[in-house]
Design a protein around this ligand. Structure first.
Ligand SMILES: [Fe+2]
Ligand SMILES: [Fe+2]
Length: 296
């Protein structure tokens, strides 16, 4: 398969622009310990996610960027913008995690688990890292979609922290096709059946690990709050799966990944980003140079 025919398989909107917005959050207004609506459970889940981002997103950058050389120019440009966005996300979540640590949480057990998980993937060939990144990028894109679709998720959160999560969510939607298109390019010589099998298998593994690790991470933070035992489990399961039930709400979008003609841009949800841009919730300034980031 040629590079041109790979590009033709992608349904990424031709007029899509990926714009790194070099914003800074929670520098002056530090989050309270229970910044998410005064609710330890809601705070624990978001904090557990945030703990994964600095190392996790650096891993995404590394996994995708090694395919940039030789990629068609449009894809190469998107990879560049993707790596810049993810590098800024890593930087901002590192600051956010530091603020959470300042309120008394110890995120190290969560960070160590991410490090261990990624270490296992890195022992495999590079295409495994790309497949895992593609699966996790679908996860983040559908979580981001739900977060922006329903404002009640962050309605009670402190405004500065909510702004960080919405900004991150918007950029996750904007670059949701990049890892996928990189995969189409990297596996252009594979038969479609092999491509589907690897993609599906990796998604199932990633999903199992994501659910286990985020659940254990949230429970660890709740333990640090003195909330333990069946009560901690029940409250967390209720929050994740029942109400607001983010995991339940993303299930249909998650399952679409297994359709043979799946592509992240089969659903064009840029209206969710446009709304935020127009309301001025975050700036539009393009990041020409990102200082202090781990990649770019
Ligand atoms: Fe990100
Ligand atoms: Fe991403």
């Amino acid at each position: 398969m040629t590079a041109a025919s790979v590009t033709a398989r992608s349904v990424t909107p031709p007029d899509l622009t990926i714009t790194p917005r070099d914003r800074k959050f929670v520098r002056e207004e530090r989050p309270a310990r229970w910044w998410n609506g005064g609710n330890p459970v809601a705070t624990a889940l978001y904090n557990a996610l945030s703990a994964t981002f600095p190392e996790g997103e650096a891993f995404f950058v590394e996994s995708v960027r090694r395919y940039r050389d030789g990629a068609p120019p449009k894809l190469a440009g998107e990879i560049k913008a993707f790596t810049t966005q993810e590098a800024i996300h890593s930087r901002e979540h590192a600051v956010f995690n530091k603020a959470a640590t300042a309120t008394g949480y110890d995120l190290r057990p969560l960070e160590e688990r991410v490090h261990w998980r990624l270490g296992l993937v890195k022992q495999r060939p590079p295409i495994a890292s790309l497949a895992a990144t593609m699966a996790l990028e679908h996860f983040t894109a559908i979580l981001a979609h739900e977060l922006l679709r329903d404002p009640s998720h962050l309605a009670k959160a402190e405004p500065e922290s909510a702004a960080l999560w919405k900004w991150h969510a918007a950029e996750e939607i904007e670059h949701k096709g990049v890892a996928y298109d990189t995969w189409l390019f990297a596996t252009r010589d594979w038969p479609p059946s092999k491509r589907w099998k690897v993609k599906a298998k990796v998604m199932l593994l990633v999903t199992r690990n994501f659910i286990i690790d985020r659940t254990l991470g949230s429970l660890e933070l709740l333990r640090q709050d003195g909330i333990t035992g069946p009560s901690a489990w029940a409250r967390l399961v209720w929050f994740m799966w029942i109400r607001p039930g983010m995991m339940r709400k993303i299930f249909a979008a998650w399952a679409k990944y297994f359709l043979p003609n799946f592509h992240p841009w089969n659903e064009d949800d840029r209206h969710l980003i446009a709304g935020f841009d127009l309301s001025g919730d975050y700036g539009q300034a393009s990041a020409k140079k990102v200082r202090g980031s781990r990649a770019g």
